[in-house]
Design a protein. Structure first.
Length: 245
């Protein structure tokens, strides 16, 4: 199957982006966008003008849908390149590869996603001491731990932008695994941060619902987190007049 890969190229963050068209022979149904990018770089395949393609900069690690490094836009949809089969992604004989748009571009398909780690730091989403999770929510905690930090959920979120105060599902999902296990002194600070950096900025569009490459049930995690950090706290506040959370 012959297809055309159209890759949005950029030398660096300051340079002007341009499209490069690359004819590509898809030899079987299992070939992915990640495989094609590797082959382009290893074999110096020619572009549509017959010129050797300059190595495409993109991120990859496990190539098994476990690290989230290869997230990019594939025909306009945020996906992992290692999980996007060309025969399924192709539209009118074309597969377009672009960097995620919500993050600063470093070069070609590589973007700076460090804001996600900074948001986790801002929310103080960590344990300050050794602790055990509540066994009654073990499945939920495990589901939260599967977050790849790929950024696909943030790409489709209408409320997230790099540099904003809203942390998005990429911070809220890992945080959901902490709620049942945090010691009481740390809960107050964490719940306050959750409300400020996630709950108050979420427009409830649920655009992130079906985009997660790991298949995490984001709805379930957010319902649990909102109940613990917002609604139960508000009810408790009504019963304890004069105490500000």
């Amino acid at each position: 199957m012959k297809i055309e890969l159209q890759i949005l190229r950029r030398e660096n963050a300051a340079s002007h982006p341009y499209w490069q068209h690359i004819p590509y022979e898809c030899e079987n149904e299992q070939l992915t966008a990640a495989y094609a990018l590797r082959e382009i770089n290893e074999k110096h395949l020619p572009d549509a003008a017959g010129e050797p393609v300059r190595p495409v900069r993109w991120e990859c690690s496990c190539m098994q849908k476990k690290c989230g490094a290869c997230a990019m836009l594939i025909n306009g949809v945020p996906r992992l390149a290692c999980d996007a089969k060309l025969t399924e992604a192709v539209q009118d004989g074309i597969v377009r590869l672009e960097p995620l748009r919500k993050f600063p571009v470093i070069a070609d398909l590589t973007v700076d996603r460090s804001i996600m780690m900074e948001n986790l730091k801002t929310m103080q989403a960590w344990f300050e001491a050794e602790t055990l999770a509540d066994e009654t929510v073990g499945a939920l905690t495990y589901d939260a731990s599967r977050c790849l930090q790929c950024g696909c959920c943030l790409e489709v979120c209408p409320n997230f932008y790099a540099g904003g105060t809203f942390s998005g599902a990429a911070a809220a999902v890992p945080a959901a695994g902490l709620l049942s296990a945090l010691p009481q002194p740390q809960q107050r600070t964490f719940f306050r941060n959750y409300r400020k950096y996630f709950y108050e900025g979420c427009g409830k569009s649920l655009a992130c619902r079906n985009i997660c490459p790991a298949g995490i049930d984001i709805d379930r995690l957010l319902v649990h987190s909102n109940a613990a950090a917002v609604w139960k706290r508000r009810n408790a506040f009504r019963l304890r007049s004069g105490e500000q959370l």
